[in-house]
Design a protein around this ligand. Structure first.
Ligand code: ACO
Length: 325
Protein backbone atom coordinates (compact mmCIF):
# COMPACT_ATOMS: atom_id res chain seq x y z
CA UNK A 1 0.00 0.00 0.00
CA UNK A 2 1.35 3.42 -0.99
CA UNK A 3 2.92 5.25 1.96
CA UNK A 4 5.45 7.89 2.98
CA UNK A 5 8.88 6.70 4.13
CA UNK A 6 11.74 8.58 5.78
CA UNK A 7 14.83 8.09 3.63
CA UNK A 8 18.37 8.78 4.91
CA UNK A 9 19.75 11.35 2.49
CA UNK A 10 22.70 12.60 4.55
CA UNK A 11 24.95 11.46 7.38
CA UNK A 12 27.63 13.11 9.52
CA UNK A 13 29.75 12.48 12.59
CA UNK A 14 32.27 14.18 14.81
CA UNK A 15 34.50 13.17 17.71
CA UNK A 16 36.67 15.49 19.82
CA UNK A 17 40.39 15.55 19.03
CA UNK A 18 41.62 14.58 22.51
CA UNK A 19 42.00 10.81 22.86
CA UNK A 20 42.43 8.97 26.15
CA UNK A 21 43.91 5.50 25.67
CA UNK A 22 43.59 2.68 28.16
CA UNK A 23 47.16 3.38 29.22
CA UNK A 24 46.13 6.98 29.96
CA UNK A 25 43.26 5.61 32.06
CA UNK A 26 45.70 3.39 33.98
CA UNK A 27 47.50 6.59 35.09
CA UNK A 28 44.23 7.93 36.52
CA UNK A 29 42.69 4.89 38.26
CA UNK A 30 43.79 1.37 39.19
CA UNK A 31 43.15 -0.43 35.90
CA UNK A 32 45.01 -1.81 32.89
CA UNK A 33 44.74 -1.98 29.12
CA UNK A 34 44.38 -5.76 29.49
CA UNK A 35 41.39 -5.49 31.91
CA UNK A 36 39.55 -2.86 29.88
CA UNK A 37 40.17 -4.59 26.54
CA UNK A 38 39.10 -8.06 27.62
CA UNK A 39 36.06 -6.91 29.67
CA UNK A 40 34.77 -4.24 27.30
CA UNK A 41 36.57 -4.19 23.91
CA UNK A 42 37.39 -0.50 24.47
CA UNK A 43 40.92 0.71 23.63
CA UNK A 44 40.39 4.48 23.60
CA UNK A 45 37.76 7.21 23.96
CA UNK A 46 37.56 10.81 22.74
CA UNK A 47 36.88 13.55 25.28
CA UNK A 48 36.08 17.23 24.90
CA UNK A 49 38.41 19.97 26.09
CA UNK A 50 36.68 23.26 25.27
CA UNK A 51 33.63 22.04 23.34
CA UNK A 52 30.01 21.57 24.41
CA UNK A 53 27.41 19.05 23.27
CA UNK A 54 26.04 21.76 20.96
CA UNK A 55 29.46 22.11 19.27
CA UNK A 56 29.77 18.36 18.61
CA UNK A 57 26.16 18.31 17.38
CA UNK A 58 26.60 21.25 15.03
CA UNK A 59 29.74 19.73 13.48
CA UNK A 60 28.07 16.36 12.84
CA UNK A 61 24.91 18.09 11.59
CA UNK A 62 26.81 20.38 9.21
CA UNK A 63 28.48 17.31 7.67
CA UNK A 64 25.12 15.54 7.36
CA UNK A 65 23.41 18.52 5.70
CA UNK A 66 26.32 18.95 3.26
CA UNK A 67 26.32 15.22 2.56
CA UNK A 68 22.61 15.48 1.74
CA UNK A 69 23.36 18.29 -0.72
CA UNK A 70 21.03 20.60 1.24
CA UNK A 71 21.41 23.85 3.16
CA UNK A 72 20.22 24.45 6.77
CA UNK A 73 17.23 26.37 5.30
CA UNK A 74 15.88 23.04 4.01
CA UNK A 75 15.58 21.54 7.52
CA UNK A 76 12.00 21.44 8.87
CA UNK A 77 12.71 20.02 12.35
CA UNK A 78 15.75 19.37 14.57
CA UNK A 79 15.54 16.44 16.99
CA UNK A 80 18.52 15.97 19.31
CA UNK A 81 18.99 12.96 21.58
CA UNK A 82 21.25 13.63 24.57
CA UNK A 83 21.58 13.20 28.32
CA UNK A 84 24.28 15.88 28.46
CA UNK A 85 22.58 19.08 27.27
CA UNK A 86 24.45 22.42 27.39
CA UNK A 87 21.84 23.85 29.75
CA UNK A 88 18.92 22.35 31.62
CA UNK A 89 16.75 24.62 29.49
CA UNK A 90 16.38 25.61 26.67
CA UNK A 91 16.87 22.43 24.67
CA UNK A 92 20.31 22.03 23.08
CA UNK A 93 18.53 21.30 19.76
CA UNK A 94 17.45 24.95 19.68
CA UNK A 95 21.02 26.19 20.18
CA UNK A 96 22.24 23.83 17.43
CA UNK A 97 19.45 24.95 15.11
CA UNK A 98 20.55 28.57 15.61
CA UNK A 99 24.26 27.70 15.19
CA UNK A 100 23.40 26.04 11.88
CA UNK A 101 21.25 29.01 10.83
CA UNK A 102 18.08 27.11 10.03
CA UNK A 103 14.90 29.06 9.20
CA UNK A 104 13.46 31.07 12.10
CA UNK A 105 10.54 29.10 13.51
CA UNK A 106 12.00 25.64 12.79
CA UNK A 107 10.81 23.36 15.62
CA UNK A 108 13.69 21.91 17.66
CA UNK A 109 13.61 19.72 20.75
CA UNK A 110 15.71 17.32 22.81
CA UNK A 111 14.94 13.72 23.62
CA UNK A 112 16.20 12.05 26.80
CA UNK A 113 16.25 8.28 26.57
CA UNK A 114 19.92 7.66 27.43
CA UNK A 115 21.65 5.12 25.18
CA UNK A 116 18.34 4.48 23.36
CA UNK A 117 17.97 8.20 22.69
CA UNK A 118 18.82 8.07 19.01
CA UNK A 119 16.34 5.24 18.37
CA UNK A 120 13.67 7.30 20.17
CA UNK A 121 14.66 10.41 18.16
CA UNK A 122 14.50 8.53 14.85
CA UNK A 123 11.08 7.20 15.84
CA UNK A 124 9.75 10.71 16.53
CA UNK A 125 11.22 12.20 13.35
CA UNK A 126 9.95 9.27 11.25
CA UNK A 127 6.47 9.69 12.72
CA UNK A 128 6.47 13.42 11.90
CA UNK A 129 7.55 12.72 8.33
CA UNK A 130 5.03 9.92 7.78
CA UNK A 131 2.24 12.13 9.17
CA UNK A 132 3.19 14.82 6.67
CA UNK A 133 4.06 17.37 9.39
CA UNK A 134 7.58 17.86 8.02
CA UNK A 135 9.42 16.89 4.84
CA UNK A 136 13.04 17.03 5.99
CA UNK A 137 14.29 16.21 9.50
CA UNK A 138 17.71 16.60 11.08
CA UNK A 139 18.20 13.92 13.75
CA UNK A 140 21.25 14.16 16.01
CA UNK A 141 22.69 12.00 18.80
CA UNK A 142 25.37 13.78 20.80
CA UNK A 143 27.01 13.47 24.21
CA UNK A 144 29.72 14.93 26.40
CA UNK A 145 29.57 12.03 28.86
CA UNK A 146 33.02 13.03 30.16
CA UNK A 147 31.17 15.82 32.02
CA UNK A 148 29.06 13.37 34.05
CA UNK A 149 31.82 10.79 34.53
CA UNK A 150 33.41 10.30 37.93
CA UNK A 151 37.05 10.09 36.85
CA UNK A 152 38.01 8.47 40.16
CA UNK A 153 35.58 5.54 39.72
CA UNK A 154 37.23 2.75 37.71
CA UNK A 155 33.90 0.89 37.47
CA UNK A 156 32.51 3.54 35.14
CA UNK A 157 35.17 5.99 33.91
CA UNK A 158 36.82 3.52 31.53
CA UNK A 159 33.55 2.92 29.66
CA UNK A 160 32.42 6.28 28.30
CA UNK A 161 33.39 8.74 25.58
CA UNK A 162 32.19 11.90 23.82
CA UNK A 163 30.97 12.30 20.24
CA UNK A 164 28.12 13.04 17.88
CA UNK A 165 26.39 11.64 14.82
CA UNK A 166 23.60 13.02 12.65
CA UNK A 167 21.26 11.96 9.89
CA UNK A 168 19.11 13.96 7.50
CA UNK A 169 15.82 12.21 6.77
CA UNK A 170 13.54 13.17 3.89
CA UNK A 171 10.04 12.08 2.90
CA UNK A 172 9.89 9.75 -0.09
CA UNK A 173 7.02 7.74 -1.58
CA UNK A 174 7.07 4.02 -0.83
CA UNK A 175 4.99 1.01 -1.80
CA UNK A 176 4.61 -0.13 1.82
CA UNK A 177 6.74 -3.27 1.87
CA UNK A 178 10.34 -4.19 2.68
CA UNK A 179 11.50 -3.28 -0.83
CA UNK A 180 11.13 0.42 0.10
CA UNK A 181 14.07 2.69 0.83
CA UNK A 182 14.20 4.41 4.21
CA UNK A 183 12.90 3.58 7.67
CA UNK A 184 10.69 0.48 7.46
CA UNK A 185 9.80 0.19 11.14
CA UNK A 186 10.59 1.47 14.63
CA UNK A 187 9.96 0.09 18.13
CA UNK A 188 10.54 1.78 21.51
CA UNK A 189 10.08 0.51 25.07
CA UNK A 190 10.79 1.36 28.70
CA UNK A 191 10.69 -0.38 32.07
CA UNK A 192 11.05 1.90 35.10
CA UNK A 193 11.45 -0.94 37.57
CA UNK A 194 15.15 -0.59 36.66
CA UNK A 195 15.23 3.19 37.22
CA UNK A 196 17.99 2.95 39.85
CA UNK A 197 20.13 0.31 38.14
CA UNK A 198 21.79 2.82 35.82
CA UNK A 199 21.44 6.52 36.58
CA UNK A 200 23.22 9.72 37.55
CA UNK A 201 23.78 10.47 41.21
CA UNK A 202 21.99 13.79 40.85
CA UNK A 203 19.55 15.87 38.86
CA UNK A 204 17.89 19.26 38.73
CA UNK A 205 14.88 18.47 40.90
CA UNK A 206 16.68 16.28 43.42
CA UNK A 207 20.19 17.63 44.02
CA UNK A 208 20.36 20.71 41.76
CA UNK A 209 23.41 19.32 40.01
CA UNK A 210 23.90 16.88 37.14
CA UNK A 211 25.63 14.19 39.20
CA UNK A 212 27.79 11.36 37.87
CA UNK A 213 26.88 8.14 36.10
CA UNK A 214 26.60 5.14 38.43
CA UNK A 215 25.33 1.67 37.72
CA UNK A 216 25.07 -1.95 38.68
CA UNK A 217 27.16 -3.12 35.73
CA UNK A 218 26.30 -6.79 36.11
CA UNK A 219 22.54 -6.10 36.16
CA UNK A 220 22.80 -3.88 33.09
CA UNK A 221 24.86 -6.53 31.32
CA UNK A 222 22.31 -9.27 32.04
CA UNK A 223 19.41 -7.21 30.75
CA UNK A 224 21.19 -5.66 27.77
CA UNK A 225 21.59 -8.72 25.52
CA UNK A 226 17.90 -9.67 25.73
CA UNK A 227 16.68 -6.09 25.37
CA UNK A 228 18.91 -5.38 22.37
CA UNK A 229 17.83 -8.59 20.66
CA UNK A 230 14.16 -7.90 21.44
CA UNK A 231 14.33 -4.33 20.11
CA UNK A 232 15.86 -5.60 16.88
CA UNK A 233 13.55 -8.59 16.46
CA UNK A 234 10.32 -6.68 17.14
CA UNK A 235 11.33 -4.04 14.59
CA UNK A 236 12.21 -6.76 12.07
CA UNK A 237 8.86 -8.44 12.66
CA UNK A 238 7.06 -5.13 12.06
CA UNK A 239 9.06 -4.54 8.88
CA UNK A 240 8.31 -8.07 7.64
CA UNK A 241 11.93 -9.16 7.40
CA UNK A 242 13.97 -12.02 8.87
CA UNK A 243 17.60 -12.43 9.89
CA UNK A 244 18.41 -13.59 6.35
CA UNK A 245 17.39 -10.17 4.98
CA UNK A 246 19.81 -8.23 7.20
CA UNK A 247 23.03 -6.85 5.73
CA UNK A 248 24.12 -5.17 8.98
CA UNK A 249 23.16 -5.24 12.64
CA UNK A 250 24.26 -2.04 14.36
CA UNK A 251 23.83 -2.42 18.12
CA UNK A 252 24.46 0.37 20.63
CA UNK A 253 28.19 0.23 21.42
CA UNK A 254 28.25 -0.48 25.17
CA UNK A 255 30.54 -3.48 25.55
CA UNK A 256 32.00 -5.90 22.99
CA UNK A 257 30.75 -8.87 25.03
CA UNK A 258 27.19 -7.49 24.93
CA UNK A 259 27.49 -6.80 21.18
CA UNK A 260 28.79 -10.33 20.50
CA UNK A 261 26.07 -11.78 22.74
CA UNK A 262 23.34 -10.04 20.73
CA UNK A 263 24.83 -11.20 17.43
CA UNK A 264 24.89 -14.80 18.71
CA UNK A 265 21.36 -14.61 20.12
CA UNK A 266 20.11 -13.38 16.75
CA UNK A 267 22.18 -16.05 14.96
CA UNK A 268 24.02 -13.49 12.85
CA UNK A 269 27.57 -14.08 11.60
CA UNK A 270 29.95 -11.68 13.34
CA UNK A 271 30.98 -10.10 10.00
CA UNK A 272 27.47 -8.62 9.83
CA UNK A 273 27.66 -6.90 13.20
CA UNK A 274 29.00 -3.34 13.16
CA UNK A 275 31.56 -2.59 15.90
CA UNK A 276 33.49 0.63 16.53
CA UNK A 277 33.66 0.49 20.32
CA UNK A 278 37.47 0.13 20.40
CA UNK A 279 38.11 3.76 19.45
CA UNK A 280 35.03 5.49 20.94
CA UNK A 281 33.85 3.54 23.99
CA UNK A 282 30.20 4.02 24.95
CA UNK A 283 28.95 7.40 23.66
CA UNK A 284 25.30 6.80 24.69
CA UNK A 285 22.89 8.58 22.31
CA UNK A 286 25.76 9.31 19.89
CA UNK A 287 26.86 5.70 19.57
CA UNK A 288 24.51 4.53 16.79
CA UNK A 289 24.66 7.60 14.50
CA UNK A 290 28.43 7.91 15.00
CA UNK A 291 29.00 4.30 13.95
CA UNK A 292 26.44 4.48 11.14
CA UNK A 293 27.94 7.62 9.63
CA UNK A 294 31.52 6.32 9.98
CA UNK A 295 30.58 3.09 8.20
CA UNK A 296 28.62 4.90 5.48
CA UNK A 297 31.54 7.27 4.97
CA UNK A 298 34.12 4.47 4.59
CA UNK A 299 31.83 2.55 2.24
CA UNK A 300 31.18 -0.43 4.54
CA UNK A 301 27.43 0.32 4.60
CA UNK A 302 26.18 0.97 1.08
CA UNK A 303 23.05 2.22 -0.61
CA UNK A 304 20.40 -0.50 -0.67
CA UNK A 305 21.74 -2.29 2.44
CA UNK A 306 19.21 -3.45 5.04
CA UNK A 307 20.39 -2.23 8.44
CA UNK A 308 18.90 -3.02 11.84
CA UNK A 309 19.70 -0.54 14.63
CA UNK A 310 19.12 -1.57 18.23
CA UNK A 311 19.76 0.21 21.51
CA UNK A 312 19.30 -0.20 25.24
CA UNK A 313 20.06 2.19 28.07
CA UNK A 314 19.13 3.84 31.35
CA UNK A 315 15.48 3.71 32.33
CA UNK A 316 15.66 1.01 31.21
CA UNK A 317 14.78 2.05 27.67
CA UNK A 318 15.29 0.04 24.51
CA UNK A 319 14.14 -0.20 20.93
CA UNK A 320 15.01 -0.95 17.32
CA UNK A 321 14.83 0.51 13.82
CA UNK A 322 14.88 -1.26 10.46
CA UNK A 323 16.15 0.94 7.66
CA UNK A 324 17.05 0.33 4.03
CA UNK A 325 19.86 2.75 3.23
N1 ACO B 1 39.87 -2.02 35.99
C1 ACO B 1 40.22 -3.06 36.75
N2 ACO B 1 39.34 -3.69 37.54
C2 ACO B 1 38.09 -3.25 37.55
C3 ACO B 1 37.66 -2.17 36.80
C4 ACO B 1 38.61 -1.54 35.98
N3 ACO B 1 38.32 -0.50 35.20
N4 ACO B 1 36.35 -1.97 36.99
C5 ACO B 1 35.95 -2.91 37.87
N5 ACO B 1 37.01 -3.68 38.22
C6 ACO B 1 37.04 -4.78 39.15
C7 ACO B 1 35.89 -4.80 40.10
O1 ACO B 1 36.13 -3.95 41.19
C8 ACO B 1 35.85 -6.24 40.50
O2 ACO B 1 36.82 -6.46 41.49
P1 ACO B 1 36.49 -7.37 42.78
O3 ACO B 1 36.16 -8.72 42.21
O4 ACO B 1 37.74 -7.30 43.55
O5 ACO B 1 35.30 -6.70 43.43
C9 ACO B 1 36.32 -6.98 39.25
O6 ACO B 1 36.96 -6.00 38.43
C10 ACO B 1 35.22 -7.63 38.47
O7 ACO B 1 34.22 -6.71 38.29
P2 ACO B 1 32.89 -7.13 37.61
O8 ACO B 1 31.87 -6.08 37.88
O9 ACO B 1 32.60 -8.56 37.94
O10 ACO B 1 33.31 -7.09 36.06
P3 ACO B 1 32.42 -7.46 34.87
O11 ACO B 1 32.99 -8.60 34.15
O12 ACO B 1 30.96 -7.51 35.24
O13 ACO B 1 32.60 -6.19 33.93
C11 ACO B 1 31.55 -4.18 33.27
C12 ACO B 1 32.24 -4.91 34.40
C13 ACO B 1 32.52 -3.99 32.13
C14 ACO B 1 31.09 -2.81 33.78
C15 ACO B 1 30.33 -4.98 32.80
O14 ACO B 1 29.54 -5.37 33.88
C16 ACO B 1 29.50 -4.24 31.81
O15 ACO B 1 29.92 -3.92 30.72
N6 ACO B 1 28.23 -3.99 32.14
C17 ACO B 1 27.38 -3.24 31.25
C18 ACO B 1 27.40 -1.88 31.71
C19 ACO B 1 27.34 -0.89 30.61
O16 ACO B 1 27.77 -1.08 29.50
N7 ACO B 1 26.84 0.25 30.98
C20 ACO B 1 26.83 1.34 30.11
C21 ACO B 1 25.56 1.98 30.00
S1 ACO B 1 24.27 0.88 29.63
C22 ACO B 1 24.34 0.56 28.11
O17 ACO B 1 24.94 1.27 27.40
C23 ACO B 1 23.61 -0.66 27.65
Amino acid sequence: MKCIRSRIIGHGHYAPKKVLTNDDMAKMVETSDEWITTRTGIKARCVVEDEFTSDLSAKAAKMAIENAGLTPEDIDVVVLATVTPDNTTPATAIKVSTMLDTKTGTPAFDISAACSGFVYALTMADNMIRLGQVKTALVIGAETLSKITDWTDRNTCVLFGDGAGALVLQAVDGVGDASDEGILSTTIYSDGSHYDTLRTTGGVSTTQNAGFVMMDGKEVFKYAINALAQGAEEAMHKAGITTQDIDWLLPHQANIRIIEGVGKKMELPEEKVIVNIAKHGNTSAASIPLALSEKMTDGTIKKGDMVVLTAMGAGFTWGGVVVRI
